[in-house]
Design a protein around this ligand. Sequence first.
Ligand SMILES: [Zn+2]
Ligand SMILES: [Zn+2]
Length: 254
Amino acid sequence: MKSNFLCDLHLHTNYSYDSQTSMEEYVQKALETAVQALCFTDHIELTNKISTFSTMDFGKRAQEFHLLKAKYGKQILLLLGYEFGSPHRHLQELKFVQSLQPDVIIGGVHYPLNYYPVAGKCSNSHYQMLYNKCVREMVEEGGFDVLAHVDLPKRMHDDYAEDSQMVLGTLERCAKYGIVPELNTSSLRRGKTLPMADANGILHYLSCGGKFVQLNSDSHSADTLCSGFEQVLATIPNGATLCYFQNRKPVALP
Ligand SMILES: [Zn+2]
Ligand SMILES: [Zn+2]
C-alpha cells in the first residue's frame, strides 16, 4: 500500500558516534519539507573498536526527546528508537535496551566478526559472506523489529554482486518471525543501485507472508532527510505496506 504520509524512521543524531546533527535540526528540516514523522535510531554498537553502549547517555537522550515532543508534538509524530549492531551477540545489552521501552529496535550488522572492510583489503564475496551469515544469525535470534540494510555490502565494494539466494532466505525468515525489512536509501547517495533493486526481495518476502516494509534514509545529517524516497517508492510492489513502529508495534502509514 502506497501512502502520502511522508516519514523517515532511521536517523542518526549527535548521540551516534558518526553524526553531529541534533534531533531538533531534523525536526526543523522535517517541518520545512512536510515530513510527518521521524524516528531517531542512534547506534548501539559493541565491537572491539567501538562501544557506544557504555558511553550512551540514555537518560539525557530521552529527556531531550521528550522536550522536543512537548515543543513539536502537535506538528509532527516523533518516535525514539535504536539501531542495535549485531544484537544476537550482546543479549544482556539488548535486554537493557528493550527494557527502556523504545518505539523500535532496528537490528543492523556493520562489523561482522568485528571486521570492517577497508577498500581493497577484502573481496566483495568474502565480506558479503561474513555479512550475510551474521545477518542470518541475528534474524534467527530476533529480539528486534526492523532489519537494517540487508544489502549493505554494496556500499563497500564496486563489484557488488548480490548473493540473492542468501538474501531471499533471510527475507523469508523476516516474514516468518515478523521482522520488517527496510529499504535503505543510503546506498543511492553513494552512487550505488536502488535498495533491493529488482524488487524481487520484497516480492519474495510478501509471498512468504510478510506484510510490512519500511523506507528509510539512514541519514546522519538533516540535508539527506527522505533522500531518494520518490525514486524508491516507485519500485515498491503493490501489496507491501509501509509502516512505522510505536511501542514496538507496527502501524500502517495512514
Ligand atoms: Zn546501519
Ligand atoms: Zn543507521
